[in-house]
Structures are given as structure tokens and as C-alpha cells.
Design a protein around this ligand. Sequence first.
Ligand code: CP
Length: 306
Amino acid sequence: MKPLTHILSTEQFTRTTLEQLFTDVAAIEKLVNEKGGDDRLKHKVVATLFYEPSTRTSSSFIAATQRLGGTVIAINDTKTTSHAKGESLQDTIRTLEQYVDCIVLRHPEIGAVRQASEVANIPVISAGDGGGEHPTQALLDLYTTKREVGRLDNLTVAFGTDLLHSRTVRSFAYMLSKFKNNHLIFVSPKELQIGEDVKTYLKKQNTTFEETDDMESALKKADVIYWNRIQKERFTGNVPAQKFVIKTTHLDLLKPDAVILNPLPRIDEIETGVDRDLRAAYFRQMRYGLYVRMALLDNVINRRTK
Ligand code: CP
């Protein structure tokens, strides 16, 4: 596999590179489960620089680095950095690259991570840019699907509920369109329907999709149910979404081998009672994210200089 440099978008990946990456991820999964990790990032330092809140992405990148023998500078509160004095993102990147081997960056503005990568001499990994993309989440969503469903082609995937503001929905939809014969069902209130940009992209890729507000019908057809919260931080006002909550009473509608994913955090879009169903894979999904991020860090930090 050609070494990855920056990781900024799902656009960078092809079916072939994804399959190669997932071979590495599977080896890491085995390593973690047998030995906990190794020292391939010994003497390497990663900065996690988060201008937006995070629990999973930040802590999994930290754990991923540490399980490979590296160390981390974790910046989760930019109010305590020179950002508070007015320093630009670009200058913060130029600063951190003096000390570290890779920067994992989350920023509220679409395109900001790409702009940061343009001034960086070390790899920059996007941990999400506003309502834009979240490429490493999409990689772990895809790896979870491969592990839990056993295939990445011929899938019916139901997406809910805030499709308009969700970067994880956009990135996972883009990833699924790289595989054959996948059909996407977008389930949402009309105020939160999937954006035209995603629909245009899917048409170009010849990936079929439909839009509906009939959640029950979508749940019956889906192999993968990808449910996400209303992204309240990205718009003002209130959209009633009670009819899009997955409840224990819906579980009988699902295919026996369906899986329910959620990038999390879960707010109220899935009842907690659903967690007990084995098809609820969203907690296992986070663990797969650790393996994916370990493989990505190994790839960008070690193979870059070969
Ligand atoms: N899925 C995800 O990005 O979660 P965090 O916001 O907690 O990182």
C-alpha cells in the first residue's frame, strides 16, 4: 500500500486501498487482543489538537498511540492555549510540528483541517471538520460493517436522523459508494434531509438511494442501521424527532442479522433498552475504532519515511 500522508477525506481511499488498510487493521486487532500492543511508535510523539469537544476520537487516538509505544501531547481545551491570545491555526500547526511526528486535528470549520495540512511538514489526520467530513470515523464504520456483517457489497443501509448536519453520515455514505450494489435509505424529518452535495456524489458513483420519513419500513429492509443524534450544536431551533427514535419495540422489525451502528455520542435517538440486543453494535464499533486508528498512525508515521 502506498504510504498515506495526511488523512483528510474519504476521497483519498479506493476499494483497493481500503482492503489493504483493513488487512493491517485485522493484524492490529489480533495484536491488541493477544499482547495489548507493541513498540512500533517508540520515540514518536502525536499531538491531538481538538477545537471541538470529543470523547471517542480524542481518547482512541491517545490510546492508539500509547498502545504502539508512543507518547501524546493532548490539547482538548484550546481556551488554555495561545489560540486564546489570537494565534492562527496555521501558526499553531507550525509550532506543534517542531515537537511531534503527527497531528490529529478536529476543528469546527469545514476545510480547516485541509488548510492546516497545507502548512504542515508532518502528517495531519482529520478528526472531523465542522459539518464536513470525519474520515477516520468512516473508516471505522466500514471496518465495523466488515467485521459484523461480513461484507461491504450488496448492503442496504438505513441512515437516520439528522442527515443534514452530520459529517459522519456524509463520510460513511461516501465510503459505501466505493463498493458494489449498496443501496442507501435516508430517514429523517424534512428539515434534516440529506444534503444535495451527498445526493449528487452518490448519483455520480451510481449508488442508489431513497429518502423517506417511514422509519419502520427502512428498519425492516436494512442490513446496517446507522443512527445518529440531532446535531444541535450546528443549527438553531428545534426539530421534533420523536418518531425517529429507535425503541425496543422496533427490534422485532429488524432482520435477524442486521446491525445497529451509531458514531456516538447517543443522546436520545436510540433507547438504552436497545443496547441489550446483540444487533446493537455501537459499543463494539468504538473498539474497532481503536484498531483502525492504530493502523492509521502506524501507516502515516512509520511508512512515510521509508
Ligand atoms: N464519533 C465521534 O466523533 O465521537 P466524539 O465526538 O466523542 O469524538
